[in-house]
Structures are given as C-alpha cells and as structure tokens.
Design a protein around this ligand. Sequence first.
Ligand SMILES: C[S@@+](CC[C@H](N)C(=O)[O-])C[C@H]1O[C@@H](n2cnc3c(N)ncnc32)[C@H](O)[C@@H]1O
Length: 176
Amino acid sequence: MILLIFLIVLELALFALAVNWIWHSMHITEGPFIYSRPYIIRWVCEHLQIKDGEKFCELGCGGAEILARLAKRFPQASFTGLEKNIIPFWIAKLRTAKLPNVTIKKINIYKDDWGQYDWFYCFLLVPQMVHIEKKFLAEAKPTATLLSYIFPFPNHKPYKTEAPHKEILYYYQTIR
Ligand SMILES: C[S@@+](CC[C@H](N)C(=O)[O-])C[C@H]1O[C@@H](n2cnc3c(N)ncnc32)[C@H](O)[C@@H]1O
C-alpha cells in the first residue's frame, strides 16, 4: 500500500515536472511557440526585396519557416535565426541544415549584436516590444528595417504599415 502511494506521488511529481518543462520551453510569457500565419509568411517572402550581401535576422525564429523560404529566394544574402528555446531551435536547425546562407543561433535575442543586420523580422509579444524598441533604436544601423507582425513598438512610430489579410505588419527604421 505504501509502495503504491509512493508510486502515485512519484508519478504526479514527474508529470508536474514535465508540464513545467514544456511550459518554460514554449515560453508562454515571451512569445509562444506558434508561427506567423502561412499567408503572412508567403506575403513577406514575396514582397521583401533583400539585396545581395544583406543580412537578415529573425528575432525568435521558431521553426525558421520564413528564414528557409527567404534563404532560397535570396541565395546571395545571409539569414540568421535567434531562438532561445531548445525545441524550436532544433526544428529550425533541421529545417535549414542544407541552406548554406542560414545560421541558427541558440541565444536570447537581447544577447546578440543587432548592429550587424540590415533586416529584422519578429512575431513576439507586447511586453517584449518595449525592449526590442529600445535595443533596435540603440544598436541597429540607420538603414536597417524591422518588420513586426501584429505588435507595434510602444513609442517609435512605424514609417509604413501594411495589412495583408487585415493583419498588420509594422515597418520601422531608427531614423524615421
Ligand atoms: C510567436 S513565435 C514566432 C516564430 C516565428 N518567428 C514566426 O513568426 O513564425 C516566437 C518565438 O520566439 C522565441 N522567443 C521568445 N522570446 C525569445 C527571446 N527572448 N530570445 C530568443 N527567442 C525568443 C520563442 O521561443 C518562439 O519560438
């Protein structure tokens, strides 16, 4: 009987640990592991004009669907995905393994040097936009462009917005 209770308690504890690990690996409070909608991904990949030699960075790249498509379309540009969570990181690594112009870094987006990139794309959450705005304005090149899907910066105004399928894409540059 005691053994049975012990086993039940052990099982419950393991279940709680597993739920906790999944919750944190998905980082529900910091941009959940869900993708930009397929029609937005298509739209972004069809409309951006990335020049040879330019560097594109996806902040929180998830499974790197956008990066993989853009990297095929613009083979002379380079693409970096920043992803801190292990499951999406490995999905992104596997998806882009055969694309020589893609690098996936397992890193917190705030720890990378944003001064090296010409383009940024993000689909994160409102609380994160405060920090992203601050870092983008402090570090990004004046010519760099950041696209944010759905969530705007709290202060700095976008120089352009687009609304494919009524979902807003905000375009930012540091100088305007
Ligand atoms: C909503 S998903 C978007 C995935 C992909 N960018 C897309 O649009 O399809 C947000 C991703 O950002 C990652 N993420 C959230 N906060 C992060 C941080 N501070 N550093 C690195 N990755 C982060 C999450 O793990 C998640 O994979």
